[in-house]
Design a protein. Structure first.
Length: 214
């Protein structure tokens, strides 16, 4: 097999994988944490063994879906952080971006962050609870990198940026989870209140010299 044939096969496999993930997304939007491999295979018009061949198992499919949605969310968060606005406005925009994302697709959020009802027997749903911590840690590390690039935190900047990154992500996740479940206030009110909580040290920190600012 020559290089061109291998490239064409890889392109075809990548396209098929995207189509299967889109089918899985449709089932997740409908069923949330209860999404099953049987339902996803049926939505894609294939048998379950073919689905396993592409993703290995339920955990492999979950990981692919999680990466797809986490990548999109991180891109949106970075865009909010880099917008040409005052620092407080960018903080609020970043919080609002996260909350708007989970509000717009609550079933996807629940699929990624909550286990299926009843403990997820073998093919009734995905045991997603054990995967949520790695997702949150990835978001924490990504945010820490942004903070370190943009804010002068003085000595031991790397460590403090990681503390802030993981702390902010944990706050957004916990507050957003509670808010999505109870809807106790408007999203704008929650954004403003969380920004108030974050604002103390961040308000007085200087921008890092030569960096893009924050």
């Amino acid at each position: 097999m020559d290089t061109r044939q291998r490239t064409d096969q890889q392109r075809s496999a990548d396209q098929r994988r995207r189509e299967l993930l889109e089918a899985a997304d449709r089932v997740v939007l409908r069923d949330g944490p209860g999404a099953s491999m049987n339902a996803i295979a049926a939505e894609a018009g294939i048998t379950k063994p073919i689905l396993y061949r592409h993703f290995g198992d339920k955990g492999g499919l979950y990981a692919a879906l999680a990466k797809r949605h986490t990548d999109a969310l991180l891109d949106s968060l970075r865009a909010a952080l880099d917008a040409p606005a005052a620092r407080r406005e960018r903080v609020e925009a970043t919080l609002d971006t996260y909350l708007a994302a989970i509000e717009a697709r609550p079933q996807v959020y629940r699929f990624l962050m909550h286990p299926a009802e009843g403990g997820a027997p073998s093919d009734q749903g995905f045991d997603t609870g054990r995967h949520s911590i790695p997702l949150l840690r990835r978001m924490g590390e990504e945010l820490a990198e942004v903070i370190e690039e943009r804010v002068d935190l003085g000595p031991d900047s790397r460590r403090l940026a990681r503390v802030w990154g993981h702390g902010i992500v944990g706050m957004m996740h916990a507050a957003g989870d509670w808010w999505l479940g109870e809807q106790p206030c408007a999203r704008a009110e929650l954004v403003h209140s969380l920004a108030d909580l974050l604002w103390g040290r961040l308000a007085v920190a200087g921008d890092r010299a030569g960096g893009p600012g924050f």
